[in-house]
Design a protein around this ligand. Structure first.
Ligand SMILES: NC(=O)c1ccc[n+]([C@@H]2O[C@H](COP(=O)([O-])OP(=O)(O)OC[C@H]3O[C@@H](n4cnc5c(N)ncnc54)[C@H](OP(=O)(O)O)[C@@H]3O)[C@@H](O)[C@H]2O)c1
Length: 292
């Protein structure tokens, strides 16, 4: 039997690589995996980790590179990068998928709360979701919340004894990227996910204080919770090299968390994963060298 071809765009990123890892570990025979990357260097890095995949060079900003990549593709996993023009990039990929005429399903990587379109990140991803829904292709939206792995970016502060997170008294349920990779793999290998949107959170609601306590407990060092004001958060994100649009988007996201608008533990993740999701304690324990 001929294997279906799965094209993953954004394949070399965190979620793309986690999905390839899950597919190759658990469903090695299911797909011919075609990994869409921007450079030969990324292609060879990915190929050395996953020798059985095929790689293709493409750029979502150059639609002419997408039609060859899309040839004979049965399923597409579309992961957009950390870019301001996500809407335009999504349109380019979806147009190419329609034109290929072979694509039977698009799994679209999106964000938790996209449907409310209340903040910049939600608006960017919801625009892609809507374009896909109107394309005539079968769609599945994977709406994910803030990653546990993001805390690696807070490691210096944590080592110095403070978790600086501008979420006031709010709480949210951080999500592990390796879990997302397995969830995406499980969706892609099965039928029955057409025209559905999944809300994926981590397994436990955590306030800033509870997060700091988790870091204290796992590292054995005292970690205080500090919720800075917007201007100092913006200044530190900009100083860390974040583009202005993205730093301002992050402030909006923190305000959503602070007001408990995303204080939800969704059942979708665990159902799709088929096992317990990774807790923040497990994540810290697995990456303890970052934090102490
Ligand atoms: N951080 C969070 O908590 C969170 C939560 C939900 C959603 N998200 C968003 O979800 C998406 C996936 O996250 P991630 O961590 O997997 O992102 P990531 O590691 O940055 O991966 C994104 C991939 O997109 C590729 N890319 C960027 N511009 C491209 C272009 N013009 N054409 C083709 N590929 C391009 C990048 O390629 P290169 O490897 O060549 O750079 C990268 O491999 C991102 O948009 C992210 O912002 C983030």
């Amino acid at each position: 039997m001929n294997r279906e071809t799965l094209l993953i765009i954004g394949a070399a990123g965190n979620n793309g690589a986690a999905t390839i890892a899950a597919l190759t570990a658990q469903h090695a025979q299911h797909f011919n995996i075609r990994a869409g990357v921007r450079t030969e260097q990324r292609a060879s890095e990915l190929k050395s980790k996953f020798p059985l995949i095929e790689t293709v060079i493409l750029d979502l900003d150059q639609p002419e590179t997408l039609s060859a990549a899309m040839q004979g593709v049965d399923k597409l996993f579309l992961i957009l990068g950390n870019v301001e023009n996500r809407e335009q990039q999504a349109k380019h990929a979806i147009d190419a998928a329609v034109a290929a005429k072979s694509v039977k399903q698009v799994l679209f990587y999106s964000v938790f709360g996209a449907q409310y379109e209340s903040i910049l990140f939600a608006k960017q991803f919801r625009a892609g979701e809507k374009y896909l829904e109107q394309s005539g292709l079968a769609w599945t939206h994977l709406r994910t919340i803030f990653f546990q792995q993001n805390f690696a970016g807070w490691a210096e502060g944590i080592k110095d004894g403070a978790l600086y997170l501008a979420i006031g008294e709010g709480a949210f349920a951080p999500l592990n990227i390796e879990d997302i990779g397995e969830i995406a793999a499980n969706i892609l290998i099965a039928d029955g996910h057409h025209n559905k949107a999944y809300e994926i959170t981590g397994p436990e609601l955590l306030s800033g204080k509870q997060l700091a306590a988790a870091f204290s407990q796992q590292t054995g060092q005292s970690v205080d919770y500090v919720s800075p004001d917007n201007s100092s958060t913006l200044a530190s994100l900009l100083a860390a090299g974040w583009p202005k649009w993205q730093a301002e988007g992050m402030l909006e996201l923190f305000a959503v968390f602070a007001s408990n608008q995303a204080a939800v533990v969704s059942a979708d993740g665990q159902q799709l994963l088929g096992r317990e999701m990774t807790s923040i304690h497990q994540y810290i324990e697995q990456h303890i060298s970052f934090f102490k």
